[in-house]
Design a protein around this ligand. Structure first.
Ligand code: C5P
Length: 317
């Protein structure tokens, strides 16, 4: 039986601005997304049956139809019934390294890996735009998870423009193990609190989007001016998540007091990250934050920026 083993990287948001409401009920966003080398391994193995089966040891990851990775497989089956007929189902093994419900797109990246892996397993020969379109149907950040690197994401978060690679930056991620934030809750709460200031008219929306394309963070990335990039870190969702979760606020403040280049909550949280220019520095900051907060529920990861999305795992095939 054929199989593919893939690396599915996490992402962080270097910038997240909520611009307004969209007719489809989602929010119009402007984001800068960055892949990091903290990743899950996802193996897709043809199983000669008519089923997809998810295998994952992580207690918080469902192995049923509610898993986005399962829904990715079902979506391909629905769209390419002849291929499913010919090749059959697959076992999907997820070795989870990315924390769950953390604002790091772990579930989305797994689903992206299933799309890429099944596409190869079933010899579909899809173009990048075709794959992108399927990914958009599953979730707003799944197209980015496929291509990865550094990108400007607009629309629902699924319209991507690649940006020059940011190299040489390291990230320390910290998350309370027992804390998870629902993305839907974060956006809904933001709408309740700030909806009155949303941009609604389409000329205004277009002007706002244009401003983002030539905005300071995009310029700083184009110039590969990492020090300027870190000055532009911003996440609108902090305005609703930090007041609701005092622990996360404290974590964010603790990082701010350390000698880091910058710090921010990623996506809808509750992961907070800080940037440094070396792994040694990142290790020092980790020790400092761990000592200051002294909470055994707090987990840390150190990763570096990478310029890839879903990749074949090295040395497996
Ligand atoms: O697209 P995805 O399923 O990842 O989004 C999760 C939830 O986040 C959506 O159900 C929606 O409530 C919210 N969201 C939003 N606007 C976006 C992206 C996500 O309101 N652009």
């Amino acid at each position: 039986m054929r199989s593919y083993s893939l690396i599915a990287p996490a992402k962080i948001n270097l910038y997240l601005e909520i611009i307004g409401d969209r007719p489809d009920g989602y929010h119009e966003l402007s984001m800068v997304l960055q892949s990091i080398d903290l990743g899950d391994r996802v193996e897709i193995r043809a199983n000669g049956t008519e089923d997809f089966r998810i295998h994952c040891q992580h207690p918080e990851v469902p192995c049923d139809r509610t898993n986005l990775a399962y829904r990715a497989a079902e979506l391909l089956k629905t769209n390419y019934p002849e291929a499913f007929e010919q090749y059959g189902g697959a076992d999907i093994f997820i070795d989870k390294q990315i924390p769950v419900a953390a604002g790091l797109a772990g579930g989305s990246s797994n689903a992206a890996a299933v799309l890429v892996g099944l596409e190869m397993l079933w010899d579909l020969g899809l173009t990048q735009p075709e794959l992108h379109d399927l990914a958009s149907q599953l979730g707003s950040d799944i197209p980015f998870c496929i291509t990865g690197g550094t990108a400007l994401a607009t629309g629902r978060g699924n319209e991507l423009e690649p940006l020059p690679d940011l190299e040489g930056l390291y990230v320390i991620l910290a998350k309370y193990r027992s804390l998870g934030v629902s993305t839907a809750w974060a956006y809904q709460t933001y709408r309740q609190q700030f909806g009155s200031s949303y941009v609604r008219e389409s000329p205004d929306l277009a002007a706002r989007q244009k401003r983002v394309h030539s905005g300071p963070i995009v310029k700083a990335i184009a110039l590969r001016d990492e020090m300027k990039v870190v000055e532009c870190l911003h996440n609108d969702l902090e305005k609703v998540v930090l007041p609701e979760y005092p622990q996360v606020l404290k974590l964010r403040q603790t990082f701010e007091q350390c000698d880091v280049l910058g710090t921010l909550m990623s996506g809808s949280g509750p992961t907070v990250f800080a940037l440094t220019d070396s792994r040694e520095k990142a290790e020092q900051i980790r020790a400092q934050v761990q000592n200051t907060l002294g909470n055994p529920d707090l987990n840390f990861w150190i990763a570096k920026f990478i310029n890839t999305g879903i990749q074949l795992a090295p040395g497996v095939h």
